[in-house]
Design a protein around this ligand. Structure first.
Ligand SMILES: *Cc1c(COP(=O)(O)O)cnc(C)c1O
Length: 348
């Protein structure tokens, strides 16, 4: 048998996550991964590279708990928010269970479930990108984990709070509800953190990759009640965070780091409005969806043509043409003012 045939059948069948980096492109303007356009600067203060790191570095846990307004026992730090997705599936799903999610949304829920050999159930969002609660309820049998992304990637929409609460009610005692708040810093009032006290089966995913401008660090968080965090602690790798990552993450979560993050958010929101105004003047643009994230979903008359033309000119965007309900749509990360201006000029 070939090496590939020796691998598990679900892995043989797996289409890996098409990350922005994996898709390649030769660009000088990268607006395809919802990154911040420039890097913050940090010095390493801990150089004990000969020793294993703390399994859950105290300064990072306390820093994040403090920032999020929860107790340290409610926080798990992991190798990006992506690791949290897989940990939850691995810890909660038996082989006969399934994972439910609502496309169009983040691709990693499906990839992680498939990697673990867990069946997928999809209940598409409604045409206004909200939860189809009756359909979710009809499909809940055997579902152990439900993923909801809010603000949703790639649509930019917030899921109605009342719907999230209804979902939490209908899953109580049956399934874990994961609310992915990777972009919550761009609309902090919408966080579901205050509901942790009411719902033991709620898990919230966070990351330093977006508003904190630290995608290269690979640092994310799960926020939940202690009993749920304790389950994830059992399956997480012994030392998930390298010493330099913990060092920089702890610094990013101190007062100065938080101020810098809030300043970036303000700037991105201004640039988002400006880009929206400019794009709306273009004849090739059919619709710009309202966004609560650091990106805009834009429907063009001919999306693939625009995507290809910009790709050839070194402006790399995220094509959504083949995503459910997103024909001719492109997700555009908000770049620097200069990058956004160049983007508009080239589309023209
Ligand atoms: C970026 C992102 C994440 C997590 O990213 P990491 O870099 O792994 O922390 C999680 N969910 C969504 C929807 C994202 O866009």
């Amino acid at each position: 048998m070939s090496i590939s045939q020796l691998s598990r059948k679900n892995i043989q069948a797996l289409t890996p996550y098409q990350s922005a980096r994996r898709l390649g492109g030769k660009g000088d303007i990268w607006l395809n991964a919802n990154e911040y356009p420039t890097s913050p600067d940090f010095n390493l203060t801990n150089r004990t590279f000969n020793r294993y790191p703390e399994p859950q570095p105290q300064a990072v846990i306390e820093g994040y708990a403090n920032y999020a307004g929860v107790q340290p026992e409610n926080v798990l730090v992991s190798r990006g928010g992506d690791e949290s997705i897989e940990l939850i599936i691995r810890a909660f799903c038996e082989t006969e269970d399934s994972v439910l999610y609502c496309p169009p949304t983040y691709g990693m829920y499906a990839v992680s479930a498939e990697t673990c050999g867990i069946a997928l159930k999809t209940v598409p969002l409604t045409t206004d990108f909200q939860l189809n609660l009756p359909e979710i309820e009809r499909n809940l049998a055997g579902v152990k984990v439900v993923f909801v992304c809010s603000p949703n990637n790639p649509t930019g929409t917030l899921v109605n709070r009342a719907d999230l609460l209804a979902l939490l009610e209908m899953t109580r005692g049956k399934a874990i509800v994961v609310i992915d708040e990777a972009y919550i810093e761009f609309c902090p009032q919408a966080t579901m953190i205050s509901e942790l006290k009411n719902y033991p089966h709620l898990a919230i995913i966070r990351t330093l990759s977006k508003a904190f401008a630290l995608a290269g660090l690979r640092c994310g968080f799960t926020l939940a009640n202690k009993a749920l965090i304790d389950v994830l602690q059992k399956v997480i790798a012994p030392y998930p965070l390298p010493v330099p990552v913990a060092d920089i993450a702890a610094q990013a979560l101190q007062t100065e780091g938080l101020k810098a993050m809030q300043k970036r958010v303000k700037e991105i929101l201004q640039n988002r409005t400006a880009l929206q105004v400019e794009l709306s003047k273009l004849a090739c643009v059919e619709k710009i969806f309202a966004s609560d994230g650091n990106y805009l979903l834009v429907k063009f008359k001919d999306g693939p043509k625009i995507f290809k033309a910009l790709w050839d000119q070194g402006i790399i965007l995220r094509n959504q043409h083949s995503a459910l309900m997103l024909e001719n749509c492109i997700r555009i990360t908000i770049g620097s003012q200069k990058e956004n201006e160049k983007l508009v000029t080239l589309i023209k």
